[in-house]
Ligand binder design. Structure first.
Ligand SMILES: Cc1cc2nc3c(=O)[nH]c(=O)nc-3n(C[C@H](O)[C@H](O)[C@H](O)COP(=O)(O)OP(=O)(O)OC[C@H]3O[C@@H](n4cnc5c(N)ncnc54)[C@H](O)[C@@H]3O)c2cc1C
Length: 474
């Protein structure tokens, strides 16, 4: 048995807390069963956004004609793009591994960590198989993995999840995607830009369930101009014969009383590659939590209090495995809170009030705070205003399409902001800052000087115009 002050299971954002422990002079054990750096680095944000930027470049060339510039794409080195991205990611993971192996403060244990009791973890199935580790403070940061829905025939067909999709060396001729969230939308955009026919099947009325309805609807309409979109459908059966995969999808009514609708609008889609991107499940089931006092909810996510303590004394949790927001910036935010709470003098509750998200597809989407349907469901009084990119000088220069939608309460407090259009992920950031560090009211944005004629003017104008109570149609 080896004794440590601090032990973390999972080397994604959990590593940030491990580094704080090490800086405080604690002995630190890191248990990791996969490549170092977690999902974001190895099979999530980083490779996906590196790949997607190539799609942005290609799209820019293809749009050049709209600016009277005759540009043609002569050749695309798709395999080179994928190889370069994956090599970069592998090198980064290996550099983290070497850093931990050579650190005097950290001890890296490679293999799957499983609890023996609240403060003991054994390592199995890896280089350090058989190690038994004990620590007073343990952090569970073991993340999530792709969910595989129970579709008839799914075990008999070849399919990829986002993990393998990021490594495909040629774009499929016809990619069929089951799932309508941001990972599905981004990967569809990536392969579609490089020439794949894309069909996407999503249960909800629109793609991007995380977005405000109006934004999601606009995104879905524009996505449908490029690809085949079957929203309001659920995949019920898959089969494969001689390299062709076939997906049957039934109409689906989303909501509490929802389910498969028995009418004649079912569809059958065939393609040469099937991507399952239908959400993520917690990795808590790999940890033998039954041996501990740690509790999970009915979906398998680890339960914590507002300080991110689990029900077992001295055991903390963060990131995807907690299931609050399955986003890297959330895991990083939770890591800062956990580090303060473990190593600081006072306990600080986690603050999720201004959690942004972004979808790096075309068009780009981003948002923060409540959506209009959230506010309606809460029965809250609110006012809304929208401003279009095309109505600003920079948006006009860019021949941009899209809008910024703002939701405020009747005293002008910012409740939400939702954007569809170029650079949405950058534009939303000033609203996050206003909600977090400013007064959190429309004045923060309206009265800050915005560079003219730069794109953030579209945000400022959305906050400056005449607000309409309770919403209106566009
Ligand atoms: C395709 C894709 C694109 C994404 N894009 C974005 C994006 O653009 N922006 C964004 O904010 N988020 C994005 N995400 C989400 C983001 O990757 C995750 O929210 C983030 O990585 C979660 O961090 P974490 O530290 O909680 O878990 P992880 O990074 O998943 O780390 C958990 C680690 O624990 C290890 N592990 C699991 N079980 C055990 C065990 N029993 N023993 C030992 N080790 C174990 C895993 O191998 C993993 O390395 C994306 C995800 C995917 C899949």
């Amino acid at each position: 048995m080896e004794e440590f002050d601090f032990l973390v299971i999972g080397s994604g954002s959990g590593l940030d807390v491990a580094n704080v422990a090490a800086n405080q002079g604690q002995s630190v054990a890191v248990v990791e069963k996969g490549p170092l750096g977690g999902t974001c680095l190895n099979r999530g944000c980083i490779p996906s956004k590196l790949l997607l930027y190539h799609a942005d470049v290609l799209e820019t060339v293809e749009r050049a004609g709209a600016f009277h510039i005759d540009a043609r794409v002569e050749d695309v080195g798709f395999a080179d793009i994928v190889r370069e991205v994956n090599e970069e990611v592998e090198a980064d993971a290996e550099s983290i591994r070497q850093g931990l192996r050579s650190s005097s403060q950290h001890s890296l244990f490679e293999g799957e960590g499983r609890f023996v009791d609240d403060h003991t973890v054994e390592v199995v199935d890896g280089e350090d198989d058989g190690a038994r580790l004990r620590a007073e403070t343990i952090l569970i940061a073991a993340g999530s993995r792709p969910a595989i829905p129970s579709i008839d025939g799914i075990d008999e067909v070849d399919y990829v999840t986002s993990t393998e999709a990021l490594q495909l060396e040629t774009p499929p001729d016809h990619l069929v995607i089951v799932g309508g969230g941001y990972i599905a939308a981004e990967l569809g955009h990536f392969f579609g830009t490089f020439g794949s026919d894309v069909t996407i099947i999503g249960r909800r009325p629109n793609l991007l369930p995380e977005a405000d309805d109006e934004v999601a609807e606009s995104f879905t309409e524009r996505y449908a101009d490029r690809f085949t979109v079957h929203t309001g459908h659920t995949a019920t059966a898959v089969s494969e014969s001689s390299g062709t995969v076939s997906v049957e999808a039934q109409p689906y009514e989303y909501g509490d009383d929802g389910g498969i609708v028995d009418d004649d609008t079912s569809v059958t889609v065939t393609g040469d590659e099937l991507l399952i991107a239908a959400g993520r499940v917690s990795n808590a089931d790999t940890l033998n939590l039954d041996a501990t006092g740690v509790e999970t909810d009915e979906q398998g996510f680890v339960e914590t209090d507002e300080y991110l303590r689990t029900a077992a004394d001295g055991v903390w949790a963060l990131g995807d495995i907690v299931g609050e927001y399955l986003l890297k910036h959330n895991a990083n935010h939770e890591a800062r809170t956990v580090a303060r709470n473990i190593f600081g003098s006072d306990l600080e509750p986690i603050d999720y009030s201004a959690m942004p998200f972004a979808v790096f597809a075309s068009p780009e989407v981003a948002g923060v705070g409540a959506s209009e349907s959230d506010l309606r469901a809460e029965g809250r009084d609110y006012a809304t205003n929208t401003y279009r990119y095309e109505e600003t000088a920079r948006g006009d220069a860019m021949k941009a399409e899209g809008f910024v939608k703002v939701l405020v309460d009747l005293d002008g407090e910012i409740l939400g902001c939702h954007i569809v259009g170029p650079d949405a992920s950058t534009l939303v950031q000033e609203v996050v800052v206003a909600m977090t560090a400013g007064t959190g009211t429309v004045q923060d944005i309206r009265e800050s000087i915005h560079i003219h004629p730069a794109l953030p003017e579209v945000v400022q104008r959305a906050f400056s115009g005449q607000f309409t109570r309770g919403g209106h149609d566009h």
